[in-house]
Design a protein around this ligand. Structure first.
Ligand code: SF4
Length: 694
């Protein structure tokens, strides 16, 4: 059901769902939002949209919105509604008391990829100034932190290399661990257009995704690899490129570090990395892998797009580096139609990472151990910043359980539902003396909170989001915040109550500060965003109108670095007790944990999470379509309805995680990426059996 009425005026703003970052005209009647119309001037979407951005905005005025701050002494007490001043005073007193008793490092916080750049910047600044430590992390920890690490190691910058439109120049597109038509629909449509025009498609994914069913495909290959074998697959592709003489040696000579290349080449050429040797690991026919490698390497322009099916693994960072190796080896970097392109999940996951949310990095990926960079922030902020990284989210949980970490400020993130091993997360949250949750709804995390601060939706604030192509888009206030304050104002109040003065009057002032301290944002301002519509960073003196394509002439590290990517099998393996491998993903009409899409009036959003299972595995267990299934892993147990589907390969099952009762994260394990601690959501060994009752 869409709000009706004739619009009187409109405001151009940015969708708050996925990392495509579509621009919309929010058409208003008085202060009521009548409809969202895709904006033709939006450079990420050119007037296109998907159902979520177009229709799923009703959550902003849903009755479940938190409208008043609330506090309570302990989590078994009822909430007490209070004024903003009382709530902020209560939170500040608790934080001060905890630090006095347990030390400066005993508190920390989490920024949100749902919030604006300015809000993420302010939360990490609050932590580094008023809290006095580096215990800041972001929900990107559980999705694209391996992208940040892997691309920085190899290409020197933690970001995708292309603009979305660049795909229209690609001759071959390799999609690894991503499902763009469901998860990034507007980009998915653009990609389909290019495939219909004749580009060849290679999909490396355990599941048969819709992209493979695009009508009039010229050439499509599906590499249905086993969950957990990405590195083996990427290495096998690279082995073929190296041993069959398909490298771009001129590019490698001119643009890459020679010693790193020689080391990588010797490693990758070893027979153990061949498609034939890796077939036992990947489960994919070796000849098919050889054909895919040739198609990628021989194309004039070959582009790689990848998603969480790459990053959310114990070797997530290794796969990201392996993907960069493929692009470097074939010279597919630095021009239209090529590149390495992470499809970011949330609307501002790129931005929250850019804004210094990680415990080891200040804004612009400047390491806290870098004396010059740190000194610049210390001078601007008037504090001393620790040169040692702070705690990551999983470390915060472990420290909470052991009693060293006592308080947490969580903005716009439902860690109790979205982080792995729910039992462990709940134990950590229950151990805290003070949990401050700032959100638009009473989410699962709020059950463990002592202070509840009403959040503001994207319609109620000014700011910017940065999409997956590094495009900084304006978010403009469409209606007043339901609780009277934008999120950045609340963070500022908390900082002031803790004694660190902040006095911003508008997010444009925060952006001005970001630009003054962050070289890649040096040329960004609200005035310039008004003038150009959007800007892709790096935007500075060298690139005053931004950079649609990165690494055109050089890499930030001078020469790109190949990385040796040894395959190490995850400890999560199928066994007699848990013989199937579970992997997860999203559907088009829902978004992540569903907090927003489930609160819109259209019934299409309310589909349930189901377990997709191959007919052979279903038959073995006497399972029929629609039966209830008990799913057990080493970590826990949940119940879902069966959907028998040949999209799956035998031995692999699949579900989504849009509903709190799906329990997907009750059964995922504690395994995580070796470099970044990104959880291994995509591989869980399970047993499945028919049950009579949910
Ligand atoms: Fe919003 Fe993504 Fe859909 Fe665009 S593709 S309308 S950004 S959810």
């Amino acid at each position: 059901v869409i709000s009706m009425g004739q619009p009187e005026h409109s405001v151009v703003t940015t969708c708050a769902y996925c990392g495509v970052g579509c621009s919309f005209k929010a058409e208003m009647k008085g202060d009521k939002l009548v409809r969202m119309v895709p904006f033709k001037g939006g450079e990420a979407n050119h007037g296109h949209s998907c159902v979520k951005g177009r229709f799923a905005f009703g959550y902003a005025t849903h009755k479940d919105r938190i409208r008043v701050p609330m506090i309570r002494d302990s989590i078994d007490q009822p909430w007490k509604e209070v004024s903003w001043d009382e709530a902020i005073g209560f939170a500040a007193n608790r934080l001060r008391a905890i630090q006095a008793e347990h030390g400066r490092e005993s508190i920390g916080g989490i920024t949100s990829s749902r919030c604006t750049n300015e809000e993420a910047y302010l939360v990490q600044k609050l932590i580094r100034t008023a809290f006095g430590n580096n215990n800041t992390d972001t929900c990107a920890r559980v999705c694209h932190s391996p992208t940040g690490y892997g691309l920085k190691q190899t290409l020197g910058e933690s970001a995708g290399t292309q603009t979305f439109d660049s795909v229209l120049k690609a001759d071959c597109v390799l999609v690894i661990g991503a499902n763009p038509t469901d998860a990034h629909p507007v980009f998915g449509s653009l990609l389909r257009r290019r495939l219909r025009e004749g580009a060849s498609l290679i999909v490396a994914d355990p599941r048969h995704i819709d992209l493979l069913d695009t009508p009039h495909l010229t050439s499509a290959m599906h590499l249905p690899l086993r969950p957990g074998s990405n590195v083996a697959m990427v290495n096998a592709l690279a082995h073929v490129i190296v041993t069959e003489g398909l490298e771009d040696l001129d590019f490698i000579r001119e643009r890459c570090d020679n010693a790193a290349y020689q080391q990588w080449r010797a490693f990758i050429a070893e027979e153990r990395n061949s498609p034939e040797q890796m077939e036992a690991v990947t489960g994919v026919n070796a000849e098919l892998v050889r054909q895919a490698a040739r198609a990628y390497a021989n194309a004039n322009n070959a582009a790689i797009y990848y998603g969480l099916g790459v990053t959310e693994h114990s070797q997530g960072s290794t796969t990201v580096m392996g993907i960069a190796n493929l692009a470097l080896a074939t010279g597919n970097i630095g021009r239209d139609g090529v590149g390495v392109n992470p499809l970011r999940g949330q609307n501002n996951v790129q931005g929250s990472c850019d804004m210094g949310s990680f415990p080891h990095e200040l804004p612009g990926y400047q390491h806290v151990a870098d004396d010059v960079a740190r000194g610049r922030f210390e001078q601007a902020w008037g504090v001393t910043i620790d040169h040692e990284p702070g705690l990551r989210i999983p470390n915060m949980f472990n420290a909470a359980i052991s009693g060293q970490f006592r308080a947490m400020y969580v903005q716009g993130e439902d860690i109790a539902q979205s982080d792995p091993n729910t039992q462990h997360v709940e134990q950590a949250l229950r151990s805290l003396d003070c949990l401050i949750v700032q959100d638009i709804f009473l989410n699962e995390t709020a059950k463990f909170a002592h202070v509840l601060l009403p959040g503001s939706s994207f319609l109620e604030k000014n700011g910017t989001f940065t999409n997956a192509e590094r495009r900084i888009n304006r978010v403009r206030k469409v209606m007043p915040p339901v609780a009277g304050k934008e999120d950045w104002e609340v963070t500022q109040m908390l900082s002031n109550a803790l004694g660190y003065a902040m006095n911003y009057q508008h997010p444009s002032e925060i952006m001005a500060e970001i630009a003054s301290l962050t070289p890649s944002f040096a040329g960004v301002s609200y005035e310039k965003l008004e003038e150009f519509g959007s800007l892709q960073w790096p935007c500075n003196d060298e690139n005053p109108q931004g950079s649609p394509i990165m690494h055109v002439e050089s890499f930030p590290i001078g020469q790109a670095r190949f990385a040796v990517t040894e395959f190490v099998a995850t400890t999560e393996r199928a066994t007699r007790r848990f013989p199937l491998l579970l992997t997860t993903g999203r559907i088009l009409s829902q978004y992540n944990v569903g907090a927003q899409t489930r609160r819109t009036e259209n019934q299409v959003w309310h589909s349930e999470d189901v377990l997709e299972i191959h007919p052979h595995d279903a038959e073995e267990r006497g399972v029929k379509d629609g039966d209830w299934l008990g799913i057990s892993s080493r970590a826990g147990h949940t119940v879902l309805r069966a959907r028998i589907s040949e999209r799956m390969q035998p031995g692999v099952v699949y579900t989504t995680f849009h509903h709190p009762h799906s329990g997907a994260n009750v059964i995922t394990t504690d395994n995580s990426d070796w470099a970044t601690n990104c959880p291994e959501y995509k591989v869980t060994a399970v047993q499945v059996e028919r049950v009579t009752q949910p």
